[in-house]
Design a protein around this ligand. Structure first.
Ligand code: AMP
Ligand code: GLY
Length: 423
């Protein structure tokens, strides 16, 4: 079948790699893709948020399955657009409609959803300009640190953690005043939870679901988890502190009530749910929902999924996950992300990447790369995800870290300590 994959990051490169291995995959198109996805299919340079352009492509290439990687087109309603268009309605879409993507698109919605379904999460209250004064008063009596979250999508920058009340009050005013544009027109004020984070993923067909391997993401730019937050500097899967008893709590207290809650609210959810969790003591709490897979979690997770990915997606689209057996490798996967100098602040693009041919025993999933005159150049902050799968976590980490060191471009940086805290 002909498959169209939307997105251009490391997550999409990992998906493209895995989709292209399926016997069911005749032609794979990636829009817009990167230099790495071009190894597994045909890149088409269109903007995924331009749904008319996606439609033209889908009709021209007789697309039979649409897989949506990033959150933005989902929150903007790409699935609804396909479902409501006579010429496209027959094409199954992996990724929820707007009504489901709102789990990620509105933190206020997701907090209220969790409250309605008794899903453990940090206590919170939402405010807008209408009740700004109430918000300032609420903060005056709030324990510190205080978490402020812009309600809408803010490219991963909409969460602030503040150590004192006065600062939080100033930030609340700035956020409601437009610091994050419309995304901050509602602000969620949340209690700070102390614990260790992990990510759990399911693929849902609206009624049933399969649980994918859990992962841990390393968000900070600096060694030893220091410095600014990034999109993710590396990941490991499995997560050693997530033992069977803890994973069972996640399933019973979080996954099942979420899937059942969506169904009970009439939300027909086809696609991934990414549970951003924190382990407080021995108990899991939800930090956030995402309506997609994580990046760079996908690059590790995908290496442990033994099923044919096209078959898995079709089972989801056809609501057949109830009878589907997911096969997870017991091996350990690790991913080290190589970024451009300056990231997550300002950075340059267009640096020539060399050494890809020297990688020995890892996969090089491209993230911010582009092909220019036959050369692979940097084209984003997160440039490459180097992933390894081995019997032990130590071997996987060592291998991915050693292979990351074999790549070169001007300004290159990666963390050499990913995952070693867990060993
Ligand atoms: P988010 O964009 O919701 O993933 O938040 C970004 C990061 O902020 C999370 O990965 C956590 O590290 C941190 N964070 C968000 N909410 C909380 C909370 N209630 N308590 C502690 N840390 C939080
Ligand atoms: N790695 C975190 C995310 O994909 O949101």
């Amino acid at each position: 079948m002909n498959i169209l994959l939307i997105g251009s990051g490391g997550r999409e490169c990992a998906f493209a790699w895995k989709l292209s291995q399926s016997e069911k995959c005749t032609n794979l198109f990636i829009a817009p893709g990167n230099a790495g996805t071009a190894n597994y299919g045909k890149n088409v340079n269109i903007n995924p948020n331009d749904f008319e352009a996606v439609k033209s492509l889908a009709l021209k290439e007789k697309i039979e399955l649409l897989v949506v990687g990033p959150e933005e087109p989902l929150v903007l309603g790409i699935h609804d657009f396909f479902a409501n268009d006579e010429a496209l309605a027959h094409i199954p879409v992996i990724g929820p409609k707007k009504e489901g993507a709102i789990l990620e698109g509105s933190k206020d919605f997701s907090k209220q959803f969790m409250e309605r379904h008794h899903i453990p999460t940090a206590k919170s209250k939402s405010f807008t300009n209408e009740n700004l004064q109430e918000g300032l008063d609420y903060l005056a009596n709030h324990a510190t640190p205080i978490v402020l979250k812009a309600d809408g999508l803010a490219a991963g920058k909409g969460v602030l953690i503040l150590d004192n009340v006065a600062e939080a009050q100033d930030e609340l005013k700035l956020m409601l005043g437009g610091k994050f544009g419309n995304a901050g027109s509602t602000v969620v004020i949340e209690e700070f939870l102390t614990g260790i984070e992990l990510s759990v993923f399911i693929l849902s067909d609206g009624k049933n679901y399969v649980t994918l391997p859990e992962a841990k993401d390393y968000k900070r730019i600096g060694q030893g988890d220091t410095g600014l937050n990034t999109g993710g500097m590396g990941s490991v899967s499995p997560v050693p502190f997530a033992d069977a008893a803890f994973l069972n709590k996640i399933e019973e207290r979080i996954i099942k009530p979420t899937v059942n809650g969506l169904a009970s609210e009439g939300i027909d959810y086809t696609g991934f749910i990414f549970f951003g969790l924190i382990k407080v003591g021995d108990d899991p709490y939800v930090i956030e929902y995402n309506a997609r897979m994580g990046d760079p979690e996908t690059e590790s997770v995908i290496l442990r999924i033994e099923n044919d990915l096209v078959e898995l997606f079709l089972a989801s689209a056809n609501k057949e996950l109830g009878n589907y057996e997911i096969k997870i490798s017991p091996k350990n996967a690790a991913t080290v992300v190589i970024v451009a100098g300056g990231y997550p602040g300002e950075y340059e693009k267009g640096k020539t990447i060399s050494g890809l041919e020297n990688i020995r025993d890892s996969y090089a999933f491209h993230a911010g790369t582009a092909l220019e005159g036959g050369m692979v150049k940097t084209n984003g902050g997160r440039v490459l995800a180097i992933s390894s799968v081995k019997d032990t976590q130590f071997e996987a980490l060592q291998c991915a870290t050693a292979d990351a060191a074999r790549i070169y471009f001007d300004g290159k940086y990666f963390r050499e300590d990913i995952g070693f805290d867990l060993i």
